[in-house]
Design a protein around this ligand. Structure first.
Ligand SMILES: Nc1nc2c(ncn2[C@@H]2O[C@H](COP(=O)(O)OP(=O)(O)OP(=O)(O)O)[C@@H](O)[C@H]2O)c(=O)[nH]1
Length: 905
């Protein structure tokens, strides 16, 4: 039981038991180095010295005197082992010097247990630059007393485990205690050197180190120091002198020369020392460089983790805005700064470790950070891609909006493309980090692909618009030729229509090529546009034909064709005046047949084989407009008038033709009713005396002959009209003179007329009077009827829903009703519903001169129409204003062909 007087003193703060009696390594060494000895941040600017020697040979005393440490020293009275395990402390003074006080060898307490001696000696030899071998002077020459046997073992294991080519040497400093000076130090040193060399020679060297000498691994220094008690002052002086060997780098015997440094950074020393001790304990076959690599790996990992924390703190906040689709303007600069800062911090601490490990770990650390940055960069490029594509699409959408012009779209496309690509390149370059190999080729290719896709879509719309506009504005010539062919209705009509389509297709193709040159179309786009152009033109033609074969235009045409044959003389084109001797039934049948022939010719397409372009079928089948095409619009023998409609058309034609026939018949009735044959007999009977007196009287007979001759002369000279007008003028003048004469005599004209009317009460005169008084009303009615006819097709084309109810045929029936009413009583109001003026019968009150004047005007119009038709290559068009009105209606309808108006009227 320990006496209180002999209780162990408290451990001074400045020393630490690194390895205890149980051979356990202290976990506090790092803390001592950092907080007490303040050595951790000194890098390579520190040194390590250890002491080795027999127990109670004054090792601790020497260390305390030389380095100012506070290691425990033996109590003089007890005389037992004081140092157990291995202790460490920092030397006093400015130099960062770590001092290891190692348990003494040959201790009585340990007996024959040499294990700890060898391990502690091996440990000291591995980590210290200078190993002090403490021994009495009188031990020199004594193998056992000088612990040379122990040194032999230590050298052997050290050579086997830790020494490799290039390893730092260890300085063995022999301190000879109680040095008297009787034997010169040099002699003692020579004896020790010789003993050590003998030991070295006797070592069993590992493979590859057979020829190695002791000087390859050790250097030897010797120092003698007098007796501590008997030569106290020289002892103190010796300690001070020895201190200069450790503290003064300029001293000739300075012990910490560079070749002894272990190249272990101060902050890695605890881990290094622990690893060495662990290897010593387990006696593993490791060498010092491998240990350095392990240490470097360990420390570099620690340093990298610290640097990475700072790096993450800088770049971490960039994730949120980038993932939300934002473009961080300072991304490149921020990433560059974060990477540089982290690498600088890593280099500062890690570059002192094993170079290959440091270099390799630095590369790994940089790759780790660059990978994080690349993730941010990739997100940034995605956001940039999206923004760029959106801006490009918006710019093109505006430029491609109809009405647009191809060259303006081309200019906008060039500008938007340059802005998109250049802006993308600049933004990507700004987000790059120096010395990284991030490739953007794939991103750039994706951008190009998407821009091309958008360009193709927008350009297609521009092409569609250009095609539509060209067909709308440039197909007028074809429209007129088609109308002329329909009006002519000859065997060449379908050939003329095909020819007109051919020609228009060629012209439009040339115009499209010219106007689309600025769009730089690809071969595929050009082919598709050509198909679209032809298909659109075909749809335009089919739509026109369908309209022209619908009820209203067909009604007009049939009525016109019938009227021309029935109401007008064949070659002269003058209005026909029916006489009782005329064969009205035959003319009626021929006129009706002529009208019906039109339906037969145009009830279905009848293009000859090869008449249409060879590519038309394919164009309609493959083009975009063809895909949406009504099946009826296909190329082939398309039925324009089906059997049901044909039947209805013919019925309506019959109705109207019959009405015209009755009207014509009615126009002949007054002629036959004015002078019946029996009246001639009555007149002959009643006037026989007068006739006989004239015939028997030469003078009368002569006068009668002269009057007949004059009448015949007037008739033969065609002066009937002027003669009538002269007579009429003369009559009018006489009437005026009589009226004025009566007025002068105070007689009112109306009274005279009333009396005359009462006196001469004849129905025909009353009817004549009524019709004449109706003339001022009928003329406007005819004008209105003409206007109504002129506009009827336009109105019908703009209001397809009313077509059936206000068809041309029904209008014609209404007109017939007016004609009938006109024959008996004036009905100007109803006359406004007639689509076209029809010739009025003589009984309607129109004079022969007026009819001839109207005939002259119609002839003139017919001549013009014929000339136009002849110019179009067909038969003369009908001599009326119908063609012009049809054209107006068709133009109006053609404007609706671009899509806003149903194709099937
Ligand atoms: N003769 C002589 N005795 C000394 C000298 N220096 C110290 N001593 C004495 O030797 C004894 C042991 O001293 P320590 O310093 O404890 O020796 P040690 O080698 O550290 O002992 P352990 O640590 O136990 O191995 C003490 O009584 C000292 O007074 C010296 O130079 N000469």
């Amino acid at each position: 039981m320990a006496s209180p007087d002999h209780a162990a003193p408290p451990v001074p703060k400045g020393r630490l038991q690194v390895i205890n009696e149980a051979k356990e390594f202290s976990s506090e060494i790092a803390s001592y180095m950092r907080n007490i000895w303040h050595v951790s941040d000194k890098g390579f600017s520190y040194n390590v010295v250890a002491v080795f020697g027999s127990q109670s040979t004054g090792k601790s005393t020497l260390l305390n005197r030389v380095f100012g440490t506070q290691f425990s020293t033996m109590d003089e009275q007890i005389r037992q082992q004081t140092t157990k395990g291995i202790w460490m402390s920092r030397a006093e003074g400015e130099r960062d010097l770590l001092v290891l006080d190692v348990e003494g060898t040959d201790g009585r307490e340990k007996g024959e247990d040499k294990d700890f001696e060898r391990k502690s000696a091996l440990f000291s030899l591995a980590i210290a630059e200078v190993l002090i071998i403490n021994m009495w002077e009188n031990m020199v020459g004594l193998y056992s007393g000088a612990n040379l046997g122990l040194l032999r073992t230590v050298f052997e294991v050290n050579l086997q485990l830790f020494q490799a080519p290039g390893s730092p040497k260890t300085n063995l400093l022999f301190v000879l205690r109680d040095f008297t000076g009787v034997t010169p130090l040099e002699n003692l040193a020579a004896t020790l050197r010789k003993d050590l060399e003998n030991i070295w020679e006797g070592l069993s060297k590992p493979a590859g180190k057979e020829s190695a000498t002791m000087d390859d691994f050790f250097e030897l220094q010797f120092f003698g120091i007098p007796h501590k008690v008997f030569a106290a002052e020289p002892f103190n002086q010796g300690c001070a002198q020895l201190r200069t060997w450790f503290m003064d780098p300029e001293h000739a015997s300075y012990v910490f020369r560079p070749q002894f440094h272990k190249h272990i950074p101060a902050d890695g020393f605890p881990a290094y020392a622990e690893a060495i001790w662990d290897k010593v304990l387990t006696n593993k076959d490791l060498d010092l460089p491998s240990q350095q690599e392990l240490l470097a790996q360990f420390r570099c990992d620690e340093i990298a983790r610290e640097a990475l924390a700072g790096f993450t703190a800088t770049v971490g906040p960039l994730h949120a805005p980038l993932e939300s689709g934002q473009l961080v303007a300072t991304l490149g600069e921020t990433m560059q700064t974060a990477l540089h800062t982290a690498l600088t911090a890593f280099d500062k601490d890690a570059s002192r470790y094993h170079k290959p490990v440091y270099t390799r770990r630095r590369a790994d650390f940089r790759d780790q950070m660059v990978d994080q940055l690349h993730s941010l960069f990739t997100q940034y490029v995605r956001n940039l891609h999206q923004r760029t594509v959106q801006a490009f699409a918006a710019a093109l959408l505006h430029a491609a909006k109809p009405p647009t012009v191809a060259h303006l779209f081309a200019d906008a496309l060039t500008k938007a493309r340059a802005e998109a690509v250049d802006g993308w390149d600049q933004a990507v370059a700004a987000a790059m980090v120096d010395d990284v190999a991030w490739t953007t080729t794939e991103f750039r290719a994706q951008l190009e692909t998407e821009l091309n896709s958008i360009t193709a879509t927008r350009r297609r719309k521009v092409i569609d618009h250009l095609v539509s506009q060209l067909v709308k504005t440039q197909s007028e010539a074809m429209d007129q030729q088609v109308l002329a062919a329909l009006d002519a209705a000859t065997s060449q009509s379908w050939s003329l229509i095909a020819k007109a389509f051919h020609h228009a297709s060629g012209v439009l193709s040339q115009q499209f090529t010219s106007q689309s040159a600025c769009l730089a179309l690809t071969a595929d786009e050009q082919h598709a546009a050509a198909q679209q152009l032809m298909a659109t033109l075909w749809v335009h033609l089919v739509t026109q034909l369908k309209w022209e074969t619908s009820e209203v235009p067909v009604g007009d045409r049939l009525r016109s064709r019938f009227r021309e044959a029935f109401c007008y003389e064949g070659a002269s084109r003058t209005p026909r005046i029916w006489k009782p001797s005329d064969d009205m039934e035959t003319v009626f049948a021929q006129a009706k047949q002529r009208a019906e022939a039109w339906i037969v010719r145009f009830r279905a397409m009848d293009f000859a084989a090869g008449a249409l372009p060879a590519t038309l079928q394919d164009a309609v089948a493959t083009s975009e407009i063809g895909a949406d095409l009504d099946p009826d619009m296909g190329v082939g023998h398309l039925v324009l008038i089906d059997s049901a409609r044909e039947k209805r058309y013919l019925e309506l034609l019959s109705l109207e033709a019959d009405a015209m026939y009755l009207n014509a018949k009615r126009s002949m009735l007054p002629t036959t009713r004015e002078i019946p044959n029996w009246l001639w007999l009555v007149l002959l009977a009643l006037g026989w005396n007068e006739l006989w007196s004239v015939l028997s009287n030469p003078m009368y007979f002569l006068l009668l002959g002269i009057a007949g001759a004059v009448t015949y002369g007037i008739y033969a000279a065609g002066l009937t009209g002027p003669t009538f007008r002269v007579v009429k003028a003369a009559t009018s003048e006489i009437s005026t003179q009589i009226t004025s004469g009566l007025k002068e005599r105070g007689v009112h004209v109306d009274d005279v007329r009333k009396r005359l009317a009462q006196a001469i009460h004849k129905p025909d005169d009353i009817e004549l009077h009524t019709m004449r008084s109706d003339k001022p009303h009928r003329a406007p009615a005819m004008t209105a009827a003409a206007k109504s006819s002129s506009s009827s097709r336009t109105a019908s084309s703009s209001s397809a829903s009313t077509t059936s109810s206000s068809s041309g045929f029904k209008s014609g029936v209404s007109h017939i009703h007016v004609q009938q009413g006109t024959a008996t009583a004036a009905a100007p109001g109803k006359a406004k519903t007639s689509p076209l003026p029809t010739p009025r019968p003589l009984s309607s009150g129109m004079s022969l001169d007026e009819l001839r004047a109207a005939s002259a005007r119609r002839k003139e119009a017919a001549a013009k129409a014929k000339a136009a038709a002849a110019a179009a290559g067909g038969e003369a068009a009908p001599a009326s204003g119908i063609t012009q009105r049809k054209h107006a209606a068709t133009v109006s309808r053609a404007e609706g062909l671009s899509g806003t108006r149903p194709l099937n009227p």
